[in-house]
Ligand binder design. Sequence first.
Ligand SMILES: [Fe+2]
Length: 304
Amino acid sequence: MTDHHAAHDAASGYFSEGKSEEVVLARMAGDMSPRLQEVMTAVVRHLHALVKEVEPTQQEWETAIQFLTETGHMCNDWRQEFILLSDILGASMLVDAINNRKPSGATETTVLGPFHVSDAPRYESGANICLDGKGEPLLVTGRVTDTEGRPIAGAMLDVWQANDEGFYDVQQKGIQPDMNLRGIFTTDGDGRYWFKSVRPKFYPIPDDGPVGKLLRQMGRHPYRPAHIHFIVGAEGYEPITTHIFTPDCPYLHSDAVFGVKEDLIADFTKIDDPRKAADLGFPNPFDAVTCDFVLATPQQRMKG
Ligand SMILES: [Fe+2]
């Protein structure tokens, strides 16, 4: 085909393999939102490039459509299969990295994941977020500071984690109490907070849907290393969405969703202090972890 004919294709609106992107892109209206135009141009270019590279059979294309259809059907209020798909392809972490380029000294961020709920109970420091008493007790203490190390009073920490069997409350409705292992805490005048929980355990991402099947077909396991989720925010500072990880987890180097960063691996210690254990209602010795967070201002992030 000559260039002359190809040019004619785009202008005419007729389709050809060689000029497929141009034909599709030429159909966009000139007065559309510039950002949507930018995004859809990239979507069409990359989608066409992918199809041209892979050259799927009709049957393979139907398989791809069927996969996305099943992914959508798997979604409900408590299960977000598209987030899982984004997670296991590393796309969630890439979006997170692009949106948190900040050599500002703030704590590193990682994926939100699909198990956050927006209406977790608010607690005073010292509360136990483990509502059913199952698991190895863990004392979590920490401090929220600015990048100069000054305490941030009134910072909010939204915390959530899986139970000792590796399930979040929303995955076990009727088995775990609602809002088990979730809570929102506020720092005191010295930027400190503390609460009681249980040691987190590694768990598989939900793998009974199309994303789990895809993982198996790619020879990958579905496990996430043990972690506790945090969203930390304070007025005048950029909020961070992050986790802390246990240092001894077998899946630390092969997180199914690529969420691990070295700085987020926390120090877990054993505390042997019978009096303190008795005060907490914990056995002695018990596990403890310090989770300190540093927040940057929007101005600091802009500079980063
Ligand atoms: Fe998680």
